[in-house]
Design a protein around this ligand. Structure first.
Ligand code: GTP
Ligand code: MG
Length: 174
């Protein structure tokens, strides 16, 4: 903005939701530490990490990230983490149509029980596995558009679009 008078420091509660194994923890590890763990363990309950980014207008955004457990046995805990969240990142695996259905379940759940002004992103992860793709880009895009969500495909493995995901979320904050 030239003078920098509009610089702000924002703090944002963000929750990641989606089926077990879609790569939620790997997305967070890539974003926060710049690493990829091919032997990533299933998350138990949830884990918390934070990361701050600077935008071009020198606003900083501190993401307080709740990485939830996707296994069915933890589903009842989800409201503890999405309650009061300003942002929900709903992740599926582009090689798994079941995980895309599960993502749609989470979108509906948040539409019913999340904050009314929550910013939602739909993420198709494992984009590096294009030879095994079973969910078309267009299907993700269309579903996101119908539901007023931001859409992106990422790869935690190659780092493709990981920073972009969080930057685009930051731009959409109210
Ligand atoms: P829960 O904690 O059980 O909910 O699973 P999660 O969504 O956190 O999955 P996690 O991040 O642990 O990743 C599961 C598996 O997918 C691991 O073996 C990862 O190495 C692999 N994986 C994650 N992201 C990618 C990716 O972008 N590409 C590829 N090829 N594999 C990935
Ligand atoms: Mg996990």
């Amino acid at each position: 903005n030239g003078g920098g008078q509009d610089a702000k420091n924002l703090r944002v509660k963000l929750v990641l939701l989606g089926d077990s194994g879609v790569g939620k923890s790997c997305i967070v590890l890539r974003f926060v530490r710049g690493q990829f763990d091919p032997t990533s363990k299933v998350t138990v309950g949830a884990s918390f990490l934070s990361q701050t980014i600077a935008l071009q207008d020198s606003t900083t955004v501190k993401f307080e990230i709740w990485d939830t457990a996707g296994q069915e046995r933890y589903a009842a805990l989800a409201p503890l983490y999405y309650r009061g969240a300003a942002v929900a990142v709903i992740v599926y695996d582009i090689t798994s149509p079941e995980s895309f259905s599960k993502a749609q379940y989470w979108v509906k759940e948040l539409q019913k029980h999340g904050s009314p002004d929550i910013v939602m992103a739909l993420v198709g992860n494992k984009a590096d596995l294009h030879e095994k793709r079973e969910v078309a880009v267009q299907d993700g895009m269309d579903y996101a558009e119908k539901n007023g969500m931001f859409f992106i495909e990422t790869s935690a493995k190659t780092a493709d679009n990981i920073n972009e995901l969080f930057e685009e979320i930051a731009k959409r904050l109210p």
